[in-house]
Design a protein around this ligand. Structure first.
Ligand code: ADP
Ligand code: MG
Length: 384
C-alpha cells in the first residue's frame, strides 16, 4: 500500500531530517510513528502527500511512485489530519466536512448525503451540520477534522498528532472512538504521536524514530517484549515491572477510594484549610455531582491568592484521569512517563471513583520485585 525506499530528506547541507528510511505499510494497517520532537515524524508524513519533496529515494503508493502523480490530485486522494484542525471559521460544519467534495465538484445532493452519513459515525446530532466551528468544543471540532479527512473516502489517511491539543479525557474518548472507526472502515492509517500511551493503544505497528532514522518497527507486543535498545526501553517506561502480577490487572482493583476533593464554587480559603487538614498539597476539583473538573495545588493558590477568590478561577482543567477498567499497565505507564504523583479514577459519567497514587504503585512494584527475586538498581517510584 505505502512503501518508503531509501528515503532521505535534507533541508540544508547539514544532517538529514530523515535518513535512509525503509518501510512497508500494508493495506488496512494502523501504523504509529513515535519519537522525540525533531526526529523527523512530520517531515516523513509531508513527504507522503508531497507537501515536502524527497531528497533521495522514493515513496510508492500501491506500487506507483508518488513523484509521477499530479501533486494536487495526490493530496486530494489522501486524508490529512493535523493538530490544529484548521476548520474554516466562516464555513458551516457541513461545508467543512465536504470541503474536498467541493474541490472535486460533487453535486450538492452528494455532499449533503455524505455529510449526514459521516456525522453519524462520531455520534454527533445532524443539526450540528448547520453550526459554525466556534459553536463546537475542541473535541467536537477535532472529530469534524477527522470526518473531513474521511469525506472523499480516501484509502490512506495521514494524521499528525491529531489529538495532541485536547484535554486528556477528550483525548482518551477520541482515541477509543477512532480506533473503532478505523476497524469498521478498513483504512490504512499513518499516525504520528509523541505519546507512547497513544501508540500502544492504537497501533497495529509502532515505528520508533530517532534523529531521522527508524530504531525499531514492530507490533506493540513485540516492542514491549523485546525493545531493540535502551532508547526504546526508556521510551516505554518502566512499567514492565508490574506485569509479573497477573492477579492485578485493572485500576479499579488497586485504587484507593478515599479522595480529597473540593467543589469549583468553593473559596481558595476553604481549599487551603482542606489541604492543611488532610495533609495534601493538591485537591481534585469537582462540580456538585462529583464530576471531575480539574485540580488545584498549593502553588496555584499561592500565585493567585491576592487576585482571585474561587477555586474555579485558579484550577487547571488539564487533569489526566483514567477509568476503573483501564489496564493497570497503561496507567502506570502514563504516571511514570508524565511524572504524575497521582491519577484520579473516574466512572462512565466522569464522576470520581477513586485515586491511584505513586505510593500505591510503590507497594505493587516492590511486591513484584520481591516475588520475582529481581534486584533493582534504581528505585523507580520512590520519589513520590
Ligand atoms: P518531528 O515532527 O518529529 O518533531 P520534524 O519532521 O518537524 O520533526 O523535523 C525534523 C528535523 O527537520 C528537525 O531537526 C527540524 O528542525 C528540521 N526541519 C523541519 N522542517 C524544516 C524546514 N522547513 N527547514 C529546515 N529544517 C526543518
Ligand atoms: Mg511534528
Amino acid at each position: 500500500m505505502l512503501e518508503f525506499k531509501h528515503v532521505t530528506k535534507r533541508y540544508s547541507g547539514g544532517k538529514p531530517a530523515v535518513n535512509d528510511l525503509n518501510l512497508k505499510i500494508e493495506k488496512g494497517e494502523f501504523v504509529c510513528f513515535i519519537g522525540p520532537s525533531g526526529c523527523g515524524k512530520t517531515t516523513t508524513m509531508k513527504m507522503v502527500n508531497r507537501l515536502i519533496d524527497v531528497t533521495e529515494g522514493s515513496i510508492l503508493i500501491d506500487g506507483k511512485d508518488i513523484t509521477k502523480q499530479d501533486p494536487v490530485k495526490l493530496r486530494r486522494s489522501i486524508g490529512y489530519v493535523i493538530q490544529h484542525i484548521g476548520l474554516m471559521p466562516h464555513m458551516t460544519i457541513k461545508e467543512n466536512i465536504v470541503l474536498v467534495g467541493t474541490l472535486l465538484k460533487w453535486p450538492q445532493e452528494k455532499k449533503d448525503k455524505r455529510a449526514k452519513e459521516l456525522i453519524q459515525l462520531v455520534n454527533l446530532p445532524e443539526d450540528y451540520l448547520d453550526k459554525y466551528p466556534h459553536e463546537l468544543s475542541g473535541g467536537q471540532q477535532q472529530r469534524i477534522g477527522v470526518l473531513r479527512a474521511l469525506a472523499a473516502n480516501p484509502p490512506l489517511i495521514l494524521m499528525d498528532e491529531p489529538f495532541g491539543a485536547l484535554d486528556p479525557i477528550t483525548r482518551d474518548a477520541l482515541q477509543e472512538e477512532f480506533k473503532k472507526l478505523q476497524k469498521e472502515l478498513d483504512k490504512t492509517i499513518v499516525f504520528v504521536t509523541h505519546d507512547m500511551d497513544e501508540a500502544l493503544k492504537l497501533a497495529d505497528k509502532i515505528v520508533i524514530m530517532r534523529a531521522g532514522e527508524i530504531v525499531q518497527a514492530d507490533t506493540p507486543d513485540e516492542i514491549l517484549r523485546n525493545p531493540a535498545n535502551e532508547f526504546v526501553e526508556e521510551f516505554l517506561g518502566k512499567d514492565r515491572l508490574i506485569q509479573g502480577r497477573p492477579d492485578v490487572t485493572t485500576v479499579g482493583q488497586i485504587m484507593s477510594e478515599s479522595t480529597v476533593t473540593i467543589e469549583t464554587t468553593e473559596t481558595l480559603k476553604i481549599a487551603i484549610s482542606k489541604m492543611r487538614d488532610k495533609r495534601v498539597d493538591s485537591l481534585l476539583v469537582v462540580d456538585s455531582s462529583n464530576v471531575l473538573k480539574g485540580y488545584i495545588d498549593v502553588e496555584m493558590i499561592n500565585l493567585n491568592y491576592k487576585k482571585v477568590s474561587y477555586v474555579y478561577e485558579v484550577m487547571d482543567s488539564e487533569v489526566l484521569a483514567v477509568s476503573k477498567e483501564s489496564l493497570l499497565r497503561d496507567t502506570v505507564h502514563k504516571m511514570l512517563r508524565r511524572g504524575a504523583k497521582y491519577v484520579p479514577v473516574i466512572d462512565e459519567s466522569h464522576r470520581i471513583a477513586g485515586i491511584v497514587t505513586r505510593a500505591t504503585l510503590a507497594d505493587l512494584v516492590y511486591d513484584t520485585i520481591w516475588g520475582d527475586g529481581l534486584e533493582i538498581e534504581e528505585p523507580v517510584v520512590s520519589k513520590a
